[in-house]
Design a protein around this ligand. Structure first.
Ligand code: DAK
Length: 260
């Protein structure tokens, strides 16, 4: 297991790897080094098929992440930002092909919310606070917030959050469709782990293709998305996992998916 400084990567358990953001002194602010470590950990998790089927991303009990590291950002001029490695790290995070779940307690702001929105679904504690406060700094979201938030919650709420910098709580985030579930704060990680373990029992090929097809819906017209779904569906017909799933159902036993 690689040694990281800004994140903590647990050994996988039941097919689930937990990655924790770990900069308590800065409310898990996403400095470049942290994003680089996260990109590296996800790249490693993507390649070990058997052990890691789902990744769970969490912060601390009080903070998911308070955004980009403002102190680091302050030192960068336009050319510095242009040469910055962060967009590459974000790209690597975006390209992670397996299910990625975010377990969010406390502040989830700016780049922190953008990171949570890179996850495939968010489980939030009742104490979670979501916002895009970049506007308070005279900037705008820079890691997809203007695009992903509007797709997640619609125009009016996205405008309100991004133009005012105000925060919303977990219940409002749930009602808006930003998060999938709200739990008691002390149960967030437990519930997210259980959900991740449920996913980890499924066929890794089906998981990957389902994720790809859903993400494609943000990029393609419906007819193209339906075509992609049909091809993915046909491709799965060639998998041993599909045979296993159907046989197990008929034999009234739990399936054992191997990713073949
Ligand atoms: N960066 C650096 N340090 C931070 C930080 C941040 N985002 N947030 C908190 N900290 C530090 C504080 O400075 C403080 O450190 P010390 O002063 O003790 O050394 C420590 O964490 C504790 O913070 P507070 O004392 O402020 O704690 P409170 O509980 O009183 O307040 C808070 C919590 C979350 C409400 C407050 O810390 C806060 O407002 N934080 C800033 C939130 C924010 O504005 N976030 C948006 C940042 S801008 C891009 C990609 C992404 C982005 C931009 C470009 N490209 C790829 C181009 C994203 C931009 C952003 O996210």
């Amino acid at each position: 297991m690689m040694a990281y400084r800004d994140i903590q990567v647990d050994p996988p358990r039941n097919g689930v790897q937990l990655i924790r953001l770990n900069r308590p002194e800065a409310h898990n602010a996403l400095r470049t080094a942290l994003l680089g470590e996260l990109a590296e950990a996800l790249a490693a998790a993507a390649t070990v098929d058997e052990q890691v089927r789902v990744v769970l991303l969490s912060g601390s009990e009080k903070v998911f992440a308070a955004g980009a590291d403002i102190k680091e950002m302050a030192a960068l001029d336009a050319v510095g930002l242009w040469k910055d490695r962060r967009p590459q790290h974000w790209k690597a995070i975006r390209g992670f092909p397996k299910p990625l779940i975010a377990a969010v307690n406390g502040y989830c702001l700016g780049g922190g919310l953008e990171l949570a929105m890179h996850a495939d679904c968010i489980i939030a504690g009742e104490d979670a606070r979501f916002g895009q406060p970049e506007i308070n700094l005279g900037i705008i979201p820079g890691a997809g917030g203007t695009q992903r938030l509007v797709r997640a919650v619609g125009k009016s709420l996205a405008m309100k959050l991004i133009l005012s910098g105000e925060f919303i709580g977990a219940r409002e985030a749930l009602a808006a469709g930003l998060v999938a579930e709200v739990t008691q704060p002390e149960l967030t990680l437990k519930r997210a782990t259980a959900l991740a373990e449920t996913m980890a029992e499924k066929s890794p090929i089906a998981l990957r293709l389902a994720k790809e097809a859903i993400l494609a819906s943000f990029e393609t017209p419906l007819s193209q998305g339906l075509e992609l779904e049909r091809k993915a569906f046909l491709f799965l017909a060639a998998s041993a996992d599909r045979r296993e799933g159907i046989e197990a159902f008929l034999e009234k036993r739990p399936p054992k998916f191997t990713g073949q």
